[in-house]
Design a protein around this ligand. Sequence first.
Ligand code: AHR
Length: 585
Amino acid sequence: MYSRFMDTKLDAWEILHAEVQLGGFAPAAEKLNRSQSTISYAAGRLQEQLGVRLFEIRGRKAHLTAARTALPMLFFTALLPAAETAHLSIDASKAGAKIDRNLFGQFAENLGHGLYEGIWVGPDSPISNTRGIRNDVVTALRALKVPNVRWPGGCFADEYHWRKGIGASAQRPATLNAAWGDVVDPNSFGTHEFMDFMQQIGSEPYVSINVASGSPQEAAEWLEYMTAAKPTALAKERAANGHPDPYPVGFLGIGNESWGCGGSMTADGYLSQLKIYSHFVRNDNPAQQGKNGMLRIAVGPGFPETEWTETVMKGWQHHDWTWNIDGLSLHWYTVANGWTPSTPSTAFGVAEYAKTLKSTLFMEEFLRKQEAVMDKYDPEKKVALAVDEWGAWHAALPGTNPSFLVQQNSIRDAILASLNLNIFARHASRVRMSNIAQMINVLQAMILTDQEKMVVTPTYYVYKMYVPFQDGTFVPITFDAGTYTQDSVSLPRVDALAARDASGKLWVEITNLDPEKPVDLDAEIAGMTFHSANGETLTAPAADSVNTVAAPNMVVPKQLTASVKGGKLALTVPPKSVTVLSLEP
Ligand code: AHR
């Protein structure tokens, strides 16, 4: 009996506890912010695992048996899973690569409710806004110190014609968004609105130009329109449209997935286009010359094979003054069951949780393979890798337009985000930019909106907790990750990251992947004396816990203090958690 209890999942126990405390499925579902079907499924599974009859169905109602009422007490007093242990060792005097703040970039495509409703409500909206841009969203995003935002796509970029999105809003043509559901696009959110949004959230624009259905001339004119300071016709047109000063364009994407939705090109075909575009598309903003120059990012692979990277980098190795690039993009999504995305973003169990995390860890191998090719042609690492689309791609939420890629965001997604950010940081000498897909209401979003309401997701909190790592210096950390096994899926139990910020403070992140067991950590820290360690931990009642407009605080970070004795740090991190601590000298 004892071992059967120990096999039982903590998640189901939490559900059972709530059911017994509150007297049924419906109030437990409400309290835990889960569907009633999840609650009754978990109870059924627990019953099977324990071999104890916990409830019986009479009529259409579930009734508790006498055995059931006694179980939680037994569990909570005697059977909590024992903590695992882990040992970390950090030498704070050692310095690795800079963790570029642009690793924490975002992606806002004209897709579904990402821009329209998510950011743009228009100046006449009853929803509080500044020049048409939602104030609640801006306030939330400012706290993330978003370094850059990629816009307007994605697949949408290679169908976008910028002239349709400038000038008086009422005169802009309505077009079809053929990339995403053929919905009518009023073009109200164009260049000026995007730049205004960037200025409001304090971020740098990463503009993707249209290489597939556009032309080098159209792209060159868009750049001149945005960046020229001299009184050219295009600069005057920009001024007439309300912005005399040139806009900053920090990053330029030359096409998007040109091997797929961006023109179905071969690598050689793309390379020819790249040479032309990278020469003629200029940034004329006087503030963005020399070392502050705009970084040009070429299309890279979206598949593990390396031929595309090989072709572009080999071409780049022999580039002359007529063309150049500063980055190569890479797209890789976590699609746990393979294409087409089918993993639910709500009401899933620990098996689905583990499978998704296993799938996300493939990012490490993917990067290693592509980097090996880049190192061959660019040993000095002049060309950065920009992972400008990544994140969890789950099944669309039932009842939503499948072209709008709407999904919920759980603690599983938060853990997935921290694992990827840690991978990027470990590869920081080459990976200098990343853009999670996507910022609002689409895929692995930071924010979900519902009319005038808004909720921030568990992934949002990870980005917030990681702010101190922006532009930090990587500090090597060694640890034995241990193993967490779920069915046939084996994963490292813990992951960790350390960095020093500009003030010398040491920041340590620990991810506990195990959804059931806490981890007792002790960390030896050499190279610095410190007296206190404080921080935050993000965890949740269940592996599929989410925040909703009705229950926005299911997954929120909580304060945490670690004990410090004789240069050692000791703390217990909860199951399925992301923890960030700062160590004060
Ligand atoms: O992020 C959604 C889509 O995924 C992007 O538009 C495209 O580039 C990728 O295939």
